[in-house]
Every structure is written in structure tokens, then in C-alpha cells.
Design a protein around this ligand. Structure first.
Ligand code: GLC
Ligand code: GLC
Length: 820
């Protein structure tokens, strides 16, 4: 069952009914100001940091769900209203949930429009964040379709968060006393904590002069009432309250009189602003908020023309970003995801990383070192300049040991001490992201860019030195089988082999009860080989031949260690536990085979020549592949194993305990492509492709336009149900798998490579790709069943699969590939 449909030409997902199984959300904003908005207007907004600079409240686990965020009400002020007619309703359905005659939500790129109709009144609310501004616009159009005049009141409201979202939800001893607002000229300013150390505030304004306002939640809602039935809306009377402490809100009332057929527009603006330290107050010496910076912004954005032109700029911005890679294949789901939604999700994940791509919370995590480096693999192609800056930020949270803070807070860019370090895969991902960046841009100079360690002044070293330390970090931590020690965890945060926790509430990730000198990871071994091979290429380019040889030797030795102790006979083992026993082996009672090492080791090229890669991938097909995606491991752990940690804490079929992780499925797609099995690679691709799952939205439950972190596995009672949509990592890897390995268009140091491994039923495809300032028009034709590439560049045959870099000044290249 579907709840909407794709409008591919408009690049919108159209939700046809408001009661989607979960809030189906969109992200607004692409620089500093971000907003999360659901199909009923729910969600929160923040400046840079979803935890530390939260503007408005949202409680994901509320009942009913998705109440909160952006409140809009229409009230029919007609004193002679028929009892059968609704007195008031929410044009976005929530929070009143008054049934609407018509409803449609369109999530587009950087904007959301919710249109509805009730009692002859049509409303369209368009929400977006203009480029370069720290504000969001609610652009409302109201049309009277009745045959008589309509006398309406429009109410718009937000509930302010007292900035630090975690504190806001917990520190009531302080919070109930500190809330402060000012109301001037119909604009509500939220200035909690401004009197002391903050120099920022929020504001909520209306383009039409409000006829009433409230800033006290209790006054507006009335005692013991919810947002679904505010007293002020029910009675039509606002109190003009100024809150002192408690729960500051901003609620505006605007009266609207519309003749039959008449239409009007009202714009509401929720914004964030900062003042320089010495100019916080005006008049100077007072405690009155200096609002002078906001005045010109309001003057501009409360005008209709400015709103329209900024909306058009936003659309062009996305068009030009997406225009960097467009494909036309025989498969609609591929086209839709590659050309639009997958790239869009990659961008959102890059912008928000774990701090708010984990949108349900937004409080607990900063920018993840591992996740953000992986997000870059998909993102470099969309915005190389921003990738460069992110890489250098990430490098600056690396530690002198080569290890890395697992997360850092975007506002301060400092590592998170409470999570700390010791996730032994972390530093290797930096090598992969830097390599991807250089392949995309040819910007070798980034390797000489100096970055700090642990953000400590004086510790600068060229990025290349950081990468060497990443490699050395693994080599300094080798276990009894010659494999890398796992530390707290590797990519699988829930395989905690040094933890041994029997105390409720202890974090599996930060509790380590073993000295960590025994448990080893085959996954990190595979990742190490991938990274070391990139280092060989980087070192050779820099003419550090001896170093290059050393990296090659290290990769070689690691490969020997994998064949010595990491190969189980039919597949790659996962790890060795804290007692030195194998994990992910046919000898284990449960958890005999894991997806991660099969993916990463074959991606690193292991066993491709001698057939062991094929055997490992066949084992995946036999034991892990399900119609809803590839399970993380099998058989699921049926009980808690002290020595395995969090993975066995989940009920079977959920999360790392045999759920489908959309993040690592693409590794198998890539591995299948590497051994030339395009049908299988593409089949796996479609199993978790959100668009291809649209028809089962009632089962899948998450948005059909973005990947979720996890789909419940076949051991779960809710097999096929997805959770935690939008989360980092997943989108980038799926994007890489389909574009670089199945469609086979991938950047290399030497130029753009085109080596498709597409399904046998495809007759070919076309693609347009921007690469290092040149447009490549790629035409692929299937002449035979295989993957052997016959390459032609601008009509001339070329050996191999790499299109040589064109001479300077040439901006367009025609590439034809004939597959045999
Ligand atoms: C709070 C604290 C208490 C303190 C009092 C005065 O009640 O819990 O410890 O003495 O405030 O600051
Ligand atoms: C979560 C973590 C990510 C990890 C994955 C698998 O998504 O954020 O870092 O790799 O789970 O455990």
C-alpha cells in the first residue's frame, strides 16, 4: 500500500494523506540554519548544532506522534456558524487532526508545501530556508472558495526550546525560571539566557499586522489543554501574555477577510540572529535586546517578491547541484534515486551528520568521525569545496596516536570526551575519504594542508602525515593472529568484544572491561588493505617510493593474516573474541556468518582471482540474502552473550542482531560488481531501494524516498519494517554502489573510469557527469552478455576503461562504451 507518489518531473514526493505510518520528513536548509519538517508541519529547527542551538521543541516519542513544531490554525470567526461547520482546524492536519476535505504534502528539495481544503477554504503553506539566511519562511496562501465572504483568523505558533535541547528536556530547576521574551511591533523575540552569556536570540514575525499575540504557553493553550485545542483559538481571544519563565512560545493571530474567490498571502518568519558582544543591548546600558540587525531582514523577507525570488534561487541551487550527475537507465527506481533523492539524502547526511540526520533526537551525537568520512564518499561529487573543509575538520579531531575522537560537536569542532576514542576502524576511513576527494578533484594539494591533532595549537602536520598515522595506528595494534585489534568496536558498534557488561545502563561503546589485547577484527583487516592500497597510490604520486613499498608490504602481510586466520573455508570470519575464539565461523552456535567482512574483503580485492571471493558471496546469497535485503548475520543471537556485547542485546532480527543494515548492503553490491555479477548486484540494490519498496509502505513504514538505517530481518516479528530513516552512512554507500560500481562511472586518480556491471537484461544506459570541470556524456550499449568494455572517446577507440583527462580548455567529452 502507498501513501503517496513520486512526481519525478517536479522532483517532489507527494504525500496523499496525512496519517503516514511515521512522520515522513524533509530537511530544509543547507548551510547554518536547518529545519526538520514532517508532512504535518512537525519538527524542529536549529542553528548549526541540533543540540546546542535548538530553536523550537519537538518530542519525537510523544503521543500522538508528530505533535509539535510549526503550529497553524484557521478559525472561522463567523458568529452565526452552523454547528455542522468546524470552528477551527489545522491546515496541516496536526495538531487538531480535524478531518480535511483535501490534503497534499509535497516534499521537494529544501522545501515542503502542504496544501489542504476544508469548509470551502483552501490553504497552501510552503516552508523553506532561503540560501544564505538564518531563518525559515512559512509562506501561506489562503483562498476563499465559498460563495460568500469568509471572516477568518489565522494563528501561527512555535514553542521555543531554551537552546540546549538536552538541558531543555531535563533541567527543570533552572528552566522553569529563565524563559524571557520581548514583543515589539508585533514581532516576538525569544531571548532566554541573553542577559548573560548568549549573544543570540530567535524571533517570530508575521507579514500582516497581528491582531493578537501570546508568549505564555499556558495562556495560549489554557490549563491542561494541548496544542490540539488551544483555548485562544477556540474562543478567538488572545491574552497578549508576556511570559516570565515557564514555557515561552510565540503565537500570532491575524484576521483575514476574503470575498468569494479571493486569495491572500501571509508570511511568517522564524529566525535566528546574533549580536556582537559590545552591541547586545539597545539603548546601550539597558537590558533591552538590540533588534537592529533583524529589522532589514524582516523588511526584506516579509515582502512577497523577495520570498518568491529566494525560493527560485533555492530551486536553481538544487538543479545545478543535481545536474552534476544525471542518468537515464531502463529502471525508474534507479533513475529517481540517482538523479534526485539519493543525492539529496547524501547532502542531508553530509550537512547534519549524526547530530541531526538522527533527527528523532538531535541531542545525543555530534559529527561522527567514521560516519562522516563515509558520507564524504558520496558527497565529494556534489560539492568538492565543502568536502575539503570537512576533511580538514575531521583530521583536526584525530589524536597524535593516529586514533580519532569518535565524534565531535559541530559548533565547537572539538572531540566529544564522553564518547572518546578507541574505535579502531575510525582513522582508516579518513584515508578513504581523502582518496575519494583527490580522485574526484585532482586536488593533490590537500595532502600538504596542515591540520591540528586534537585541535591543539602547535600540533599541525600536513594531512599526508595524518594519513600515515592512521595506517600506523592499525599496525601498532595487531593481535595474536596478526589481525587488527578491534578496540571498543569497529564499523559494527554493537560487536563489543572487550566490554563484558552485566550492569544495566552501562554504555556498550564506552565500557571496556578487558585490556583489549586479544579481540581482533577481520573487518578492520579488509578496511586496512583498502586504505593501505590508497596510500600506495598517494605515496607513489609524491615519489615516496620507499613509503609506497612499505604500504604495499603492509597490505600484503595483512592479506596473509586474513587467509591464515580470517578465512573460514566458505566465507570470511568476522572477528576473534576476547578469549581468542572466532566470531562468524561455521563452528559458532549462532552468528556463523556476518555480512561486513564478505563485503569489505572482496572490495579490497581478496580472493577475486582464486574464486574464494565468489564462494564468500555465494554464502551471502545462501545464508544472508532475504527479500527485504541482506541480513547482518545469521543465525541471529537468541540470547545475551556477555562476551559479544550489544549485538546480542537486541531481540533477534533487529538492528545489528540480524537486521538488514542498509549501510552495509551496498558493500555486497560493490563486491558482486567486482566479481562481475551485475544481475545479483542490481537485485540487491533494488531490494532496499526505498522507491522500489514504495508499494509496501504500510510494511516498510519509513519514507519511500530515503534510505532508513535498518529494516527488520526475518527473525523479527515485524520483518520488513524500516526504522531510523535519513541516518548517515547509508545514502552515500548506496550512491557509490549504484553510480560507481553498477553503472560503473567512477573517478580514479588518472581520469574518469567507465566500467559498468549492469544487469544482463539492460540494453544500456546514458549518463551525464561533471568531473573536474568537464562534462562527460556517457553512452553505454550492450552488445553481448558480459562486462568487457570497448571504450570510445570522442569517436576514437581507447584502450582500457579509463577516459584520459582531456587537454586544458576542453569542456565536453563524448564517451561510448560497448559491452560484450
Ligand atoms: C537547588 C539545588 C540545591 C541548592 C539550591 C540553591 O535547589 O539543588 O543544592 O542549594 O538550589 O542554589
Ligand atoms: C550506527 C553507527 C555507525 C555504525 C553502525 C553499525 O549507525 O552510527 O557508526 O557503523 O551503527 O553499528
Amino acid at each position: 500500500m502507498r501513501f503517496g507518489h513520486f512526481d519525478d518531473s517536479a522532483r517532489e514526493y507527494v504525500i496523499e494523506r496525512p496519517d503516514t505510518p511515521l512522520p515522513w520528513i524533509n530537511f530544509l536548509g543547507c548551510e547554518d540554519y536547518f529545519a526538520i519538517i514532517s508532512n504535518t508541519g512537525g519538527g524542529y529547527s536549529f542553528f548549526k548544532d541540533a543540540r546546542l542551538r535548538r530553536l523550537i521543541r519537538y518530542r519525537y516519542n510523544n503521543a500522538p506522534p508528530d505533535t509539535g513544531g510549526r503550529f497553524l490554525y484557521l478559525r472561522d470567526d463567523d458568529p452565526a456558524l452552523q454547528p455542522s461547520q468546524p470552528r477551527y482546524w489545522s491546515p496541516t492536519w496536526q495538531p487538531t487532526r480535524q478531518p480535511l476535505d483535501e490534503y497534499e504534502c509535497r516534499h521537494g528539495f529544501g522545501y515542503t508545501t502542504i496544501r489542504s481544503k476544508l469548509a470551502g477554504i483552501e490553504t497552501r503553506a510552503r516552508y523553506f530556508v532561503p540560501l544564505g539566511e538564518s531563518l525559515e519562511i512559512w509562506d501561506l496562501t489562503i483562498t476563499n472558495l465559498r460563495s460568500e465572504a469568509a471572516h477568518l483568523s489565522v494563528y501561527a505558533a512555535v514553542e521555543f526550546c531554551l537552546w540546549d535541547a538536552l538541558d531543555d528536556a531535563t533541567n527543570f530547576q533552572r528552566n522553569l525560571s529563565i524563559g524571557e521574551v520581548e514583543v515589539v511591533d508585533g514581532v516576538v523575540y525569544h531571548k532566554t539566557e541573553y542577559r548573560e552569556r548568549r549573544d543570540h536570540f530567535a524571533y517570530f514575525a508575521s507579514s500582516e499586522k497581528p491582531t493578537g499575540f501570546d508568549t505564555s504557553r499556558e495562556e495560549f493553550l489554557g490549563p491542561y489543554r494541548g496544542w490540539d485545542s488551544p483555548q485562544a483559538v477556540e474562543t478567538g481571544r488572545m491574552a497578549g501574555s508576556i511570559t516570565h519563565g515557564w514555557q515561552p512560545i510565540a503565537a500570532h493571530q491575524v484576521r483575514v477577510h476574503l470575498n468569494p474567490g479571493e486569495q491572500t498571502g501571509i508570511r511568517f518568519i522564524l529566525g535566528y540572529s546574533e549580536n556582537p558582544q559590545g552591541e547586545k543591548f539597545h539603548p546601550p546600558g539597558s537590558q533591552t535586546l538590540n533588534k537592529r540587525g533583524v529589522a532589514p531582514i524582516l523588511a526584506r523577507y516579509l515582502r512577497e517578491e523577495a520570498v518568491e525570488s529566494s525560493f527560485q534561487s533555492l530551486r536553481s541551487y538544487w538543479e545545478s547541484l543535481l545536474g552534476r550527475f544525471q542518468v537515464s537507465t531502463p529502471d525508474v527506481h534507479t533513475n529517481r534515486m540517482v538523479n534526485a533523492w539519493n543525492a539529496y539524502q547524501v547532502m542531508a547526511a553530509f550537512n547534519l551528520s549524526r547530530c541531526a540526520s538522527y533527527f528523532e533526537s538531535g541531542v545525543s551525537r555530534g559529527i561522527g568521525f567514521r560516519d562522516s568520512n563515509q558520507d564524504l564518499l558520496g558527497f565529494v561529487q556534489l560539492a568538492p569545496e565543502r568536502s575539503r573543509a570537512r576533511i580538514l575538520d575531521l583530521a583536526a579531531t584525530q589524536l597524535p596516536s593516529g586514533g580519532a575522537y569518535h565524534q565531535y560537536q559541530p559548533l565547537t569542532k572539538r572531540g566529544n570526551d564522553d564518547v572518546g576514542t578507541g574505535f579502531n576502524d575510525d582513522p582508516l576511513w579518513l584515508v578513504l575519504s581523502v582518496a575519494a576527494y583527490i580522485k574526484e578533484t585532482g586536488d593533490w594539494g590537500i595532502l600538504d594542508e596542515r591540520a591540528l591533532y586534537d585541535n591543539r595549537p602547535g600540533s599541525e602536520e600536513p594531512l599526508y602525515g595524518h594519513l600515515k598515522r592512521s595506517i600506523q595506528y592499525t599496525l601498532d595494534r595487531i593481535g595474536p593472529h596478526g589481525l587488527p585489534l578491534i578496540g571498543r568496536a569497529d564499523w559494527n558498534d554493537c560487536l563489543n568484544l572487550n566490554c563484558f557488561s552485566d550492569t544495566p545502563g552501562q554504555s556498550f561503546q564506552t565500557t571496556t572491561n578487558k585490556d583489549g589485547k586479544i579481540a581482533e577484527s577481520v573487518f578492520i583487516a579488509g578496511l586496512f588493505i583498502l586504505a593501505a592500497e590508497e596510500m600506495v597510490a598517494l605515496a607513489r604520486e609524491r615519489r615516496h617510493e620507499a613509503e609506497a613499498d612499505a604500504f604495499a608490504k603492509a597490505a600484503d602481510e595483512m592479506e596473509q593474516a586474513v587467509w591464515g586466520s580470517g578465512w573460514d573455508g566458505e566465507w570470511f570470519r568476522r572477528a576473534y573474541d576476547g578469549m581468542g575464539d572466532p566470531v562468524g565461523s561455521s563452528g559458532c552456535a549462532e552468528g556463523q556468518i556476518f555480512v561486513e567482512p564478505q563485503g569489505i574483503c572482496v572490495m579490497a580485492g581478496l580472493g577475486i582471482e582464486d574464486g574464494r571471493a565468489t564462494r564468500a558471496l555465494d554464502a551471502v546469497a545462501d545464508r544472508l540474502a532475504s527479500p527485504h535485503g541482506i541480513l547482518l548475520q545469521q543465525p541471529a543471537y537468541s540470547r545475551y552473550y556477555l562476551h559479544l556485547g550489544e549485538i546480542s542485546s537486541y531481540p533477534p532480527g533487529y538492528k545489528e542482531n540480524a537486521g538488514v543494515f542498509c549501510h552495509n548492503n551496498p558493500w555486497i553490491m560493490i563486491a558482486e560488481a567486482r566479481i562481475g555479477r551485475g544481475d545479483r548486484a542490481f537485485d540487491y540494490y533494488l531490494r532496499i531501494n526505498p522507491s522500489a519498496r514504495e508499494e509496501i509502505s504500510d510494511l516498510h513504514r519509513c519514507e519511500p524516498y530515503v534510505y532508513a538505517q535498518m529494516i527488520a530481518g526475518r527473525d523479527a516479528p515485524t520483518y520488513g519494517e524500516a526504522k531510523n530513516s535519513w541516518l548517515t552512512g547509508t545514502a552515500a554507500w548506496n550512491y557509490v554502489a549504484i553510480t560507481q560500481w553498477i553503472l560503473g562511472i567512477r573517478p580514479t586518480y588518472a581520469g574518469l573510469e567507465v566500467a559498468p556491471v549492469i544487469p544482463s537484461s539492460w540494453s544500456g544506459f546514458d549518463a551525464e557527469r561533471a568531473f573536474r570541470g568537464v562534462r562527460y556524456s556517457v553512452h553505454v550499449e550492450r552488445l553481448g552478455p558480459g562486462n568487457t568494455v570497448g571504450l570510445e572517446v570522442d569517436g576514437q577507440p581507447v584502450e582500457g576503461t579509463i577516459v584520459p583527462l582531456p587537454p586544458a580548455g576542453k569542456h565536453e567529452v563524448q564517451v561510448t562504451v560497448r559491452l560484450r
